[in-house]
Design a protein around this ligand. Sequence first.
Ligand SMILES: [Zn+2]
Length: 79
Amino acid sequence: MNNIDNNIMIETINHLKSSLKELKNLVFYKEEMLNKLILHQRENCKHNWIIDSTDQIDGYKESVNIKYCTICNCTDTTF
Ligand SMILES: [Zn+2]
């Protein structure tokens, strides 16, 4: 490998490292923002809870009841 090829390789590697770091930071930021928004929505929602049953799955005799809010779609596992 000559010097030019080597320089291109090093520049490309450094560019990819830098780009990946920026993308990881962006994903982290967006996940954090999403979680804050979901939490805010749940805390401020005037929940409209309904109990629904999941479809019966092959191999199981009974369906499973789930309780969820029709407005914010959060589920309540405490019932
Ligand atoms: Zn709700």
